[in-house]
Design a protein around this ligand. Structure first.
Ligand SMILES: [Zn+2]
Length: 212
């Protein structure tokens, strides 16, 4: 079953992890998310536990959320993390507040949304890392949907290592550059709220008579 781990950085040094709804409770402290995760797997391997998945999860703004798979009633083996899983943990450490969702083959990390200049979506599989920029996509003049756009896809070749911090920083810079500054109200706004390159939607209605 899927469990949610809340990871919190304390004293700007350590990571503490907690699985809401798990009985007996399971806590871990370590100097990297990887250490904390391995410790949690070890604890679970030695315990018969129950998980109440409807238990609410409370998150602070800077907390990371990470989904993992655990099986009650089984001695959970401490397995080696796969390369893309290690990258995912590295990315979470770099992005406080990011949330990682999990399916068996895919990890999707989200930080913020289209309104955030630092917003980013990272999709990791064993073959590739996809860096995406959060957007607001208009399906009609009144219907919009929060989406993301491909910025860069990197094939994971085990013989190569990647400068993940550099890639994340470049993607965030690209996201920031999609924002426009309105010549009427001087506000910096996401592209999804701009009518044209230098006029935001509300000013376009006010000053240019454009009706949305
Ligand atoms: Zn404006």
């Amino acid at each position: 079953m899927k469990a949610k781990i809340v990871i919190r950085k304390v004293e700007n040094k350590f990571y503490v992890a907690d699985i809401p709804g798990l009985k007996p409770t399971c806590h871990s402290l370590g100097n990297s998310i990887k250490k904390v995760l391995e410790d949690i797997y070890k604890q679970l391997a030695g315990t018969t536990f129950e998980l109440n998945q409807s238990e609410p999860v409370t998150l602070n703004k800077e907390d990371n959320l990470l989904e993992i798979y655990i099986e009650p009633g089984q001695r959970y083996p401490v397995t080696e993390l796969r390369t893309f899983e290690e990258y995912a943990l590295q990315i979470l450490e770099m992005l406080p507040g990011a949330r990682a969702e999990r399916t068996p083959d895919v990890i999707q990390i989200n930080l913020g949304d289209f309104r955030d200049e630092k917003g980013i979506v990272v999709i990791l599989t064993s073959e590739a890392i996809e860096l995406r920029l959060p957007t607001l996509e208009w399906l009609g003049s009144h219907t919009s949907v929060r989406s993301s756009k491909l910025w860069k896809r990197i094939d994971l070749d085990n013989s190569k290592s990647f400068d993940i911090p550099q890639l994340i920083a470049s993607a965030q810079e690209a996201q920031s550059k999609t924002f426009g500054v309105c010549k009427f109200c001087s506000q910096k706004k996401p592209s999804g709220w701009m009518s044209q390159q230098d006029v935001c939607q509300s000013c376009a209605e006010k000053h240019l008579g454009i009706v949305y």
